[in-house]
Design a protein around this ligand. Sequence first.
Ligand code: P1T
Length: 387
Amino acid sequence: MRDEALKGLSFGTRAIHAGVEPEPVTGAIMTPIFQTSTYVQPAVGEPHDGRYDYGRTANPTREALEASIAALEAGTHGVAFASGLAAIEAIVKRLSVGDHVVSEENTYGGTTRMFNRVLSRFGIEFTYVDARDTDAVAAAMRPNTKLVHVETPTNPMMKLCDIAAVADVAHAGGALLCVDNTFASPYNQRPLEIGADFTMHSSTKYVNGHSDVIGGLVAVKDAELADDLYFIRKSTGAVPGPMDCWLTLRGIKTMHVRMQRHNENGLAVATWLESHPKVDRVLYPGLPSHEQHDLAKRQMSGFTGMVSVDVGTLERTKALTEHLRIFSLAESLGGVESLVNVPALMTHGSVPQDRREAMGITPGLVRFSVGIEDIEDILADLDRVLG
Ligand code: P1T
């Protein structure tokens, strides 16, 4: 279903039907995997059906996925990329030499690495702020600021930013707002509805949900922004393969069911850990103890399976993370299976140590991606190791 047919349908129905049309030759209910690099053209310079000339430019499996993410994020257009980082890179590549970006300081380590070590070499400047504080975002704005980039919740400190308030600040300064919605998922939070201009995902995570694809998705509510991104993707080449688009589209069909269970299990694990004497601090926006719990309730409808805890020392971190059985020690998150990660030594190892520690990403910080296994087994696994 596309456009008109989707109007009035709720999230789960959209997750199953958005972008998906019966295949015209056979009526196949599943979107085919158009595993092709090129298309036969009827005449010189005439793409098939006016648009299919080459696989980097257009692919019907990819287009179905793009229609799906647009519908789930309340956008008008989706743009699919080969990875989450490629999606962020394309958004920044709308800018030119001399332009300035204000970014949340606690993003995924790979995002800051790309900003500092790749994109800044092309004359784009980055300023980092704690976007919990909207005034700090406003103070960092300059006449040449073209983009504000935030993650909410942040990876791995679970800090939130007030999307509507930061959107106002960005727009007042003539900039656009991009929200990395990877940690929340579109089921729990829809930034475009509350002022963001771009919402993007590492679809590697909750959107696909099965730890078998690397991908990135952007949704926008403006045809010109979408055209900019299609052009940048076509010109620079970070396209996802048709098979990966198909797997992601299949993963999306169960997103609402998976997210309900991630939300339940995440809250149960956070609550259990908070009462454990060996855990110093639990960071989870769904807990009343989270300093931005009110904002979380206002801006999100659920709090996912991402839970970070501080256990104090590397020794305790190792004792906890290396002996779990249901949780696997691995980077990434958002799949059906539970994972555990030590950000300071794994996902955020590329962030300079002083900046990492100033943000609280110490060797004692452990990040759980709580899966959708049965909660009694998950808690028993933690109990066995923590004692
Ligand atoms: O890995 P990739 O699909 O390129 O996405 C990068 C990315 C972007 N944004 C956020 C919030 C992310 O968490 C990530 C990737 N993160 C991990 C691999 C991780 O374990 O945190």
